[in-house]
Design a protein around this ligand. Structure first.
Ligand SMILES: [Zn+2]
Length: 175
C-alpha cells in the first residue's frame, strides 16, 4: 500500500493506517477532522493519433530511447475527456485534431491511473513540445503494441481495423 501523504493535508496531524471503507487506508484520526487518503485512480486521456495515414508514436524526454507511445495527459478541472485529449494533441504535437473517437477504458495499475483512450485524426505539421524529443510515423500494418494500458488501447484499435499487431519487448512500465 502506498501513500503520497505522511501528514494530514487538512490539519497537519500524522496520518495512520486504519480500516475504513473496506480497506486499510491512510487516514487522520484527529478529533473532528476525518480526512481519508482514498488513493483513487487518476484518469488520464490517451490519443492514438492518426496523421497522414499513419499512427504517430512519440517519445517522452524521460523515457529510454526505444520507447515510443501514445500522447497522454491529465484533464483540467471540469474538462470533457474528448476535449482534453484533443487539447493534449495540439499541445504536444502542434497538430489540429479533427475528432476524438472513443476507443475504451484501460487500467494502468502501477501508476494508479485509468486510461481513457481515443483515436484522434489530426492534420498539420508535427512540432514537438518540450515533453517529447522524438516521434515515429507507424504504418497500420507494421505498428506494434506494448503490454500496458495505452498499448492495449492501440492493439484493440488496430484489431478493430482488421490488423493483427505484434507485441514489442520493451514495454514494462511504459504508459
Ligand atoms: Zn486531519
Amino acid at each position: 500500500m502506498s501513500s503520497a501523504y505522511r501528514f494530514c493535508p487538512q490539519c497537519g496531524q500524522n496520518l495512520q493506517f486504519i480500516q475504513t471503507g473496506g480497506a486499510q487506508r491512510n487516514a487522520c484520526v484527529a478529533p473532528g477532522c476525518g480526512f481519508v487518503h482514498w488513493d483513487n485512480p487518476v484518469p488520464v486521456v490517451a490519443a492514438i493519433v492518426e496523421h497522414e495515414g499513419k499512427i504517430v508514436l512519440a517519445r517522452n524526454v524521460a523515457w529510454p530511447k526505444e520507447w515510443y507511445a501514445l500522447i497522454t495527459g491529465f484533464l483540467e478541472r471540469g474538462e470533457d475527456p474528448a476535449t482534453g485529449v484533443m487539447r493534449e494533441v495540439k499541445e504536444e504535437l502542434d497538430l489540429e485534431p479533427q475528432a476524438a473517437n472513443f476507443v475504451g477504458l484501460y487500467e494502468f495499475r502501477r501508476m494508479n491511473q485509468l486510461i481513457i483512450a481515443y483515436h484522434v485524426p489530426a492534420t498539420g505539421t508535427i512540432k514537438l513540445n518540450e515533453e517529447l524529443n522524438d516521434y515515429r510515423h507507424e504504418a497500420f500494418d507494421e505498428c506494434r503494441y506494448w503490454e500496458a494500458g495505452t498499448g492495449y488501447a492501440l492493439r484493440d484499435w488496430l484489431r478493430a481495423k482488421g490488423f493483427d499487431p505484434q507485441v514489442v519487448g520493451w514495454a514494462r512500465g511504459a504508459g
